[in-house]
Design a binder for this molecule. Structure first.
Ligand SMILES: [Zn+2]
Length: 216
């Protein structure tokens, strides 16, 4: 009887996960997925610590974008990274803020809306400090031409994560802003950003717990 309780009791039973978004069933975000048309290829290099964070925005991004690939790791072998970064006919760009502490990017021609169909956009999903370390430890990443957002829009993320830098936004928001810049007016980000707002509100409510959810 004790053996039975140890194996199947509620304290030890692993939480069931959604097979699609890979989150616990209670936090499944599949109903929030908004298929969003785009032409740019997106590659997210996700730090392992971000993968299971309840507040991580990449699962919603991955499921809403048709051309979004996620690779999880902290250190990547050079050949693995090279294979991930480069695709025939694609101009690979690293989405990274223009900050003095980061290695200077190589000189590269500007790109704009006309290039959207030929760009492979690389995004680092990590805390600010860890993303800088990923950049410093992978010369092939810091050697990529960059796309830097001059003036990110205010983030909806502050409710659940204290931004350590004023221009730090969620990975989903930063990627969507970059896609809006690359793809121009034919890219409709509003449904996905609205869904992200609902996601943030849900995470914030769960963080506050059942006592105070009625105050919102
Ligand atoms: Zn799900």
């Amino acid at each position: 009887m004790c053996e039975h309780a140890r194996v199947t009791g509620p304290l030890t039973r692993p939480r069931a996960r959604c097979a699609r978004c890979l989150r616990p069933q209670a936090a499944c975000l599949c109903a929030l997925v908004r298929p969003t048309a785009h032409r740019t290829e997106v590659l997210v290099l996700q730090h392992p610590q971000e993968q299971r964070q309840a507040k991580n925005s990449v699962a919603l991004l991955r499921l809403s974008l048709a051309h979004c690939e996620v690779a999880v790791g902290e250190r990547f072998a050079a050949e693995t990274l090279h294979a991930l970064l480069h695709r025939p006919g694609r101009d690979t760009r690293l989405l990274y803020p223009d900050v003095p502490v980061a290695p200077a990017p190589p000189a590269s021609p500007d790109i704009g809306p006309a290039a959207a169909g030929s760009v492979r956009l690389v995004v680092l999903d990590a805390t600010w400090r860890k993303s800088l370390r990923m950049l410093l430890e992978h010369p092939v990443l810091s050697a990529l031409p960059r796309l830097s957002l001059d003036a990110p829009a205010p983030t909806r993320y502050r409710a659940i994560r204290a931004a350590r830098r004023p221009d730090q936004v969620s990975t989903l928001e930063a990627t969507v802003q970059a896609l809006a810049w690359l793809e121009g007016p034919c890219f409709d980000a509003a449904p996905l950003l609205d869904a992200f707002g609902v996601f943030v509100a849900g995470v914030a409510a769960r963080q506050r717990g059942p006592v105070s959810t009625g105050l919102a």
